[in-house]
Design a protein around this ligand. Structure first.
Ligand SMILES: Nc1ncnc2c1ncn2[C@@H]1O[C@H](COP(=O)(O)OP(=O)(O)O)[C@@H](O)[C@H]1O
Ligand SMILES: N[C@@H](CC(=O)OP(=O)(O)O)C(=O)O
Length: 408
């Protein structure tokens, strides 16, 4: 008997017909002997419409607490309709909203972007939600919402129902989390923007988090924090009314959740090459002419950054010697670059964490101890989930240890 969390997004419950389809898919799953927890978002654009109403009626005078209370109405409505529809199909269901004694998602009092108290939430899930499942009752839980310690309604941020689903999944020890939405799965890009988008059969947690962080609405970027490697997860379309349909499987993560931050130092020596030229920002094609040459010789670039008058590239030391020659040919045979310099031996320290995106000051936390120890940072690059630091080879070990001491 598997435990499945099924989350229905706004469009998946956008009409009476869709609600019935969703309820039938849940009942089917239940009839196959599985325990199902249902998480529902507000119907269609209810949340957007409430925000518009609030803007038109009082503008910025609304307090965050009031707004959270108003927005919660969308999910309060949808859970009631969903639970009643499941019951109409002959299976017991119970809606659970933040006013219910059985409400599981406990947060701080940051009303619109509340932080989850995982420990308290798990306690509630194991006290109440598990009991309902054991009694053969399908819990239908409001997505997106939380409750603070004073009993006020909070929200997990726009699109937060995905977070609710994975959170409940992890707390209950679910076998699978199924996200039901209005696309066939995760696509190669947003199908609303490019109609050539293709469905992916699978995607890793790491890829999905990056995609979501850069705007792919299909899954909330914080949701996968609560995905253990052992929990299966997929994104499917509501169209089929079947939770067993194939969509996109989300695989991983490669690193279990306890490893909130991973810090590694590359064992090998790198070297830096700087290609110099005038006004490089306004020379289209310069980057591709460099990378094409390097690629022809099968050399791996470990880091690249562009400035007004130089482009710096990091290679393994032996590769840098080759790249030096190759790119020097480009410099002397073209008219875009003036010169090239092969610099010192370099160490590379990489930090990966899904927490970076919402940790203010992370770069200064990393660079401060290095500054205090007089370690020169040759280059630093960062994305929403990773920071890579290049320092002189001699400083590598010290930099690695300092960063580890500071952040772990
Ligand atoms: N790479 C992508 N793959 C699939 N959908 C994407 C992608 N990028 C953006 N989207 C958008 O995400 C939407 C689904 O997210 P959302 O509207 O929040 O659904 P739901 O209401 O079910 O939570 C799709 O309609 C699609 O336009
Ligand atoms: N209703 C909320 C929460 C949510 O997750 O919605 P959806 O699953 O439809 O993206 C919102 O619109 O932000």
């Amino acid at each position: 008997m598997a435990i499945v969390v099924a989350k229905f997004g706004g469009t998946s419950v956008g009409t009476g017909e869709r609600i019935q389809k969703a309820a039938k898919s849940v009942v089917n799953e239940y009839m196959q002997g599985n325990k199902v927890i249902v998480v529902v978002s507000a119907i269609n654009k209810t949340t957007d419409e409430s925000i518009k109403l609030v803007q038109d009626s009082m503008g910025k005078l609304v307090t965050e607490k009031q707004l959270a209370g108003i927005l919660s109405m969308g999910e309060m409505q949808s859970v009631r309709i969903m639970a009643a529809t499941i019951e109409s199909l002959g299976v017991k269901a119970e809606y659970i909203d933040p006013f219910s004694e059985k409400w599981p998602v406990i947060t701080d009092s940051n009303y619109l972007e509340a932080k989850i108290d995982k420990e308290k939430t798990e306690e509630k899930v194991l006290t109440y939600i598990e009991k309902l499942l054991d009694q053969g009752i399908i819990p239908v839980v409001c997505g997106f919402l939380g409750r603070d310690l004073d009993g006020n309604v909070t929200t997990l941020g726009r699109g937060g129902s995905d977070v609710s689903a994975f959170l409940l999944g992890q707390c209950i020890g679910a076998d699978e989390v199924v996200i039901v939405t209005d696309v066939k799965g995760v696509m190669s890009t947003d199908p609303r923007k490019l109609n050539t988008a293709r469905k992916l059969d699978k995607i890793t947690v790491e890829e999905m988090i990056d995609l979501a962080n850069y705007g792919a609405q299909v899954l909330h970027p914080n949701a996968l924090r609560y995905k253990d490697p052992s929990i299966k997860a997929k994104i499917i379309s509501f169209e089929y009314g079947d939770l067993r349909v194939q969509g996109t499987d989300i695989i991983g993560p490669a690193y279990p959740e306890e490893d909130v931050i991973t810090i590694t130092k590359l064992d090998e020596q790198l070297a830096v090459l700087a290609v110099v030229g005038e006004d490089l920002m306004n020379k289209p094609g310069i980057l591709s002419s460099i990378t094409e040459r390097v690629n022809e010789h099968n050399l791996t670039i470990y880091g690249i950054s562009t400035g007004e008058s130089s482009i710096t590239l990091f290679f393994k030391y032996d590769d840098a010697l080759k790249a030096h020659e190759i790119l020097h040919d480009l410099v002397i045979n073209g008219d875009m670059l003036s010169s090239i310099s092969l610099g010192q031996k370099i160490a590379m320290v990489s930090l990966v964490s899904h927490e970076f995106i919402d940790t203010p000051g992370i770069i200064s936390n990393i660079t401060k101890p290095l500054h205090e120890e007089n370690i020169n940072i040759v280059e630093l690059s960062s994305s929403q989930t990773s920071v890579v630091i290049f320092v002189d080879w001699e400083d590598g070990e010290r930099a690695y240890n300092l960063v580890k001491e500071t952040l772990e």
